[in-house]
Write a protein that binds this ligand. Structure first.
Ligand code: HEC
Length: 191
């Protein structure tokens, strides 16, 4: 029996397409998803934040593509071990929280000695962490040499909405939490 040529071509085309589709399924795909926002409810504990922050740092934050924790020697990027200890004395007038927040919202304002600028502004795309995600990241950073004190109510002195934080209003803004507007009483009451 003779199969007509057009039919042969058709069969071959279908077979080849099917074969490559099949092989394509077998090869593990590196899919590129837009980063998913980590949903964070307002009742998360400090320990929850630390855990979420660690996950973000090794996941969508891409922090560990550059940074290490506990590695020494000639490094291209600052090792983050003990960063909570150094954070409070890196910049005059900056406490630990303010320094850590600035190093995430504005990495290029202060460059760690011995390193070059080049850390991405992680609150902006492509990494684009939300304020809450950055809050969790800071909580985790606080555990690197220190004790996490971050809560969902802690006023972080920078935010995506007020990216300049204390930079724009130098002296007073550090104390009043700038953009959030409502929950400032707690901080001011401490004086
Ligand atoms: C492309 C590489 C890169 C990525 C990704 C990156 N960083 Fe950095 N980071 C740097 C460089 C370079 C510096 C040092 C220069 C500077 O001070 O800005 C730095 C500095 C820091 C500092 C200050 C360290 C110190 O000792 O004072 C912190 C904290 C930090 N990064 C946290 C993070 C976190 C958290 C993430 C992820 C959300 C992250 N980085 C992602 C490159 C990176």
């Amino acid at each position: 029996m003779q199969i007509p040529v057009p039919l042969k071509v058709a069969i071959l085309t279908i077979a080849a397409t099917g074969f490559y589709t099949y092989v394509g399924q077998l090869v593990p795909q590196k899919e590129v998803h837009p980063p998913e926002v980590v949903e964070m409810s307002s009742d998360l504990s400090t320990a929850d934040l630390v855990e979420i922050g660690e996950g973000i740092m090794s996941g969508k934050g891409l922090c560990f593509t550059c940074h290490t924790v506990g590695k020494s020697g000639a490094l291209r990027f600052p090792d983050l071990d003990g960063v909570a200890i150094r954070a409070g004395s890196r910049r005059p007038g900056y406490d630990e929280l303010t320094y850590l927040a600035e190093s995430l919202y504005h990495p290029d304002v202060f460059i760690v000695e011995g390193f070059s600028a080049g850390m991405p502004q992680i609150s902006k795309p492509p990494i684009g962490l939300t304020d809450d995600e950055i809050r969790a990241v800071i909580a985790y950073l606080q555990t690197l040499g220190g004790q996490a004190t971050m809560t969902m109510d802690t006023v972080v002195p920078f935010s995506a909405a007020a990216p300049d934080g204390p930079l724009s209003a130098a002296s007073e803004a550090v104390d009043d939490g700038t953009a959030t507007g409502s929950d400032e009483a707690e901080v001011e009451g401490a004086a």
